[in-house]
Design a protein around this ligand. Sequence first.
Ligand code: FAD
Length: 340
Amino acid sequence: MSPFFFKQLWGLTCIFDTQIFTVKVTEHLDNAKGKTLFSFEVLPSIKGRDIQDLYNGVEPLMEFDPSFINVTYHREEFIYKKLSNGLHEKIAARKRPGTVSICAAIKNKFKVDTVPHLICGGFTRDETELALIDMQYLGMNNILALRGDPVKGESTFVPEKDGHAYASTLVQQVSMMNQGRYIDDEIVEGIPTDFCIGVAGYPEKHFEAQNMKTDLRYLKEKVDAGAHYIVTQLFFDNQKFFNFVEECRSIGINVPIIPGIKPITTLKHIAFLPKTFHIDMPEALADELEKCKNNQQVTEVGIEWGIQQTKELIAYGVPCIHYYTMGKSEAVKKIVKTAY
Ligand code: FAD
């Protein structure tokens, strides 16, 4: 993990002289007493941009009283830098740093709970422990524990030496810290942390899994390791989500399952979203999108589809809906305004 991460955290402890107490995601769900909550996810700004860019995406959604806001984590990717001799050098660079500091900044500015994403990729177990300690000191007790994708430009996920190969062992590590058990075996009576742990689920199967059944078995492994709730990959077909929930329940996964959805807003999305997230586009949606000539028409179709998806998910009784904004909040705003 880059030393940059720790420098940011160190900076934060200087900025905030009190801890940032967070209500856990599961407490929000319990307190809702059956009402479907609203949450959304933002990406850290690209390095070199003002944090105001990110706030501009958060602000329009605050009127809907989100219960929590997730902030994604982006590891390094390989880029090719042109040298003065005309050759190219392959270097690793992180383009969207700042997950934890952004969580603290959003919490501080908007008084809303935040959930930093924590990934296995790029972290040794020791570095994970240190990152968790920093979060604990900041009073953050929500995390979404993920494996992370392979580094951009590489085909398979490679863990760090002594890092986690799967999210399930990352969850195990966090659960152990919640019991006061640290990697550093010199710590005998460690202070137990109090993290509420979310994990990812895939209604249409994770793309690397051999089949749905195996994928669900590994999802159960994450829950058995201590995950408190699941947030799903985005999907356009609610029936796939309903089937997924049923299959989870049938194998003893009993934690809350939060559906993740994203409105389609550009012509580019039509090919990009199914390809990138390994999800199907239902025929009825594909037919409507085929008639679109520009992004505005796509956005109208996307919003209408999002409204119907949301209404149906609320009627089904989901505990919360998680909207992937990818930095664009206008479409989500229209959906939530109409459907909630
Ligand atoms: P795992 O649960 O570890 O599963 C990965 C694959 O390995 C699956 O195919 C699973 O079936 C298989 N598997 C699991 N355990 C075993 C085992 N013991 N033996 C063999 N196979 C096994 N990525 C980011 O980089 N940053 C983010 O902020 C981010 N946020 C996300 C938020 C959500 C809600 C979701 C759904 C995804 C997010 N991702 C993010 C993407 C995620 O990191 C990728 O989908 C990644 O490829 C898998 O992560 P996972 O945690 O589901 O992995």
